[in-house]
Design a protein around this ligand. Structure first.
Ligand SMILES: [Zn+2]
Length: 61
């Protein structure tokens, strides 16, 4: 089980990108995990190589 301290309840209809910018250190965060949440949402987790933090979002499928 992954340690996800505070999932960010961000729901967006934009496409899931493989990389985002880290809000903490501005380094690139790579898409690490996609978990189906329910019929409409995926729970996606990004990992930052710069500060080793994880960021999770809810994405519409
Ligand atoms: Zn970072």
């Amino acid at each position: 089980m992954l340690d996800v301290p505070k999932p960010t309840p961000t729901c967006t209809s934009s496409q899931t990108t493989t990389e985002i910018t880290c809000i903490k250190c501005n380094d690139r965060m790579r898409l690490m995990l996609i978990e189906p949440r329910d019929e409409r949402f995926n729970f996606v987790t990004y990992h930052c190589g710069g500060c080793s933090s994880n960021e999770s979002f809810l994405k519409t499928i």
